[in-house]
Design a protein around this ligand. Structure first.
Ligand SMILES: [Cu+2]
Length: 179
């Protein structure tokens, strides 16, 4: 009897991980699983921030669609913690802000154009090509919110950053300069 109940458990487990089953189930959209993954990585990030950041920067953003820093020199190869603070008062739906750092050599304008339609993922497009261009990003912030990211720049040079909320990137962009 034990043998039978064990193998049916194994079978049930195997079925629940079957990609075919996932595809056949339209009531399993990508959405519910995405926040779970995000939460986990954010938790991991927070541990790293507290223990290890070698260099910390705070950037503010506001209702006038401005970052307070446009060029930021950062140390090459060190763990950097960047905090974005939204000091504005306008509601997130009308004036949300994030800070997305693109990999060196990524093309800002086409990435930002694609991001405009990625409302479901808070304007950070989740397709593979777009994700490859992203080095790090904060979450989308409403008034008086803040979020931090940690990362390391391993190549000297300029890394562009932007706010990917629709219509913001022409004003809200800048560069990290790794030296
Ligand atoms: Cu913005």
């Amino acid at each position: 009897m034990k043998k039978i109940s064990l193998s049916s458990t194994v079978l049930a487990a195997a079925l629940s991980f079957s990609p075919a089953l996932l595809h056949a189930e339209p009531s399993t959209p990508a959405k519910p699983s995405a926040p779970a993954i995000e939460e986990k990585t954010e938790g991991e990030k927070k541990v790293m921030e507290e223990k290890k950041a070698d260099f910390e920067i705070t950037v503010t953003c506001n209702d006038a669609m401005q970052f307070d820093k446009k060029e930021i020199e950062v140390p090459l190869g060190k763990l950097i913690k960047l905090t974005l603070k939204n000091v504005g008062k306008a509601p997130k739906i009308a004036m949300g802000h994030n800070l997305v750092i693109l990999n060196k050599g990524a093309s800002l304008q086409p990435w930002a154009m694609k991001a405009m339609s990625a409302r479901d993922s808070e304007f950070v497009p989740s397709d593979e090509e777009s994700m490859k261009a992203v080095l790090a990003h904060t979450k989308l912030l409403g008034p008086d919110e803040e979020d931090a990211v940690t990362f390391t720049l391993t190549e000297a040079g300029e890394y562009e950053f932007l706010c990917s909320f629709p219509g913001h990137f022409s004003l809200m962009r800048g560069k990290l300069i790794a030296k």
